[in-house]
Design a protein. Sequence first.
Length: 279
Amino acid sequence: MLFEDVTIAVQPCAAAPKDESPVLCFQPGQVLLVEKESVPCLPVYRQVKPLLPEGTVLIALLTADGQAVFTPDPLGDEIVPEGNGLSYGPMRLFREMDCRSGAVLTAAHHLWQWMRRNRFCGGCGGRMEHDGAERALRCLACGQVNYPMIAPAIIVALTCGDAILLAKSANSPWKHYGLVAGYVEVGETLEQAVAREVAEEVGLKVKNLRYYKSQPWSFSGTLLFGFFCDVDGDDTLTVDHEELSVAQWFDRDKIIGQDTDSSLTNEMIRKFRDGEAGL
């Protein structure tokens, strides 16, 4: 479920919500969901409307396959309460949703989080307002314009013959095995970031770098770029335990991973395990 089949557009939209329009209400790390569904379900306007505090302004955050998706204006102070069969659940539940709902939720969360963090101008401290012509925030006092921020990061499936390097982060609450990853630094290409992160975290050199696929990741405002590559020379690991709690080589038939389509990491691990895509 990497959202390739869903077309997201974030340009400003003047549409008004209809009864079946998705309306997403966020709190830090949480989103309002329909209760008592076997699969987490996003609410629509007719369900959210009775809960909206007086004076709440809904804005169209984005469109998904042409359908407008709304949220209470993140520049405001209104908090939508639970009720009417709706309650807040953790954002990680996007992993259990269908592809379209997951794409809508993660993209909307990225924009909501950016707007909440930029309600005031970083130049003069004035209030930011929505720019009507493009997806941007503009300070009416000094004219500064802020655009949504996207942080590029790389994910590396490093292989050595029929083995792949899997690791666990030392600093993340997510304790499953994953791949070496990290942010791209200023002045660096994606390819240089791959080589640097692998060298820093496990002390290896890489060769035969192949770009695989990308995925937006709203939680950190990131666009992830996945690469496969081979170890160049000695495969002895020198693990940076400030970054990784553990890192080790796994043969294909001993790979520890999650059979889920919710992340680029899992898809890349599974592709290698199953010998797909000529890897």
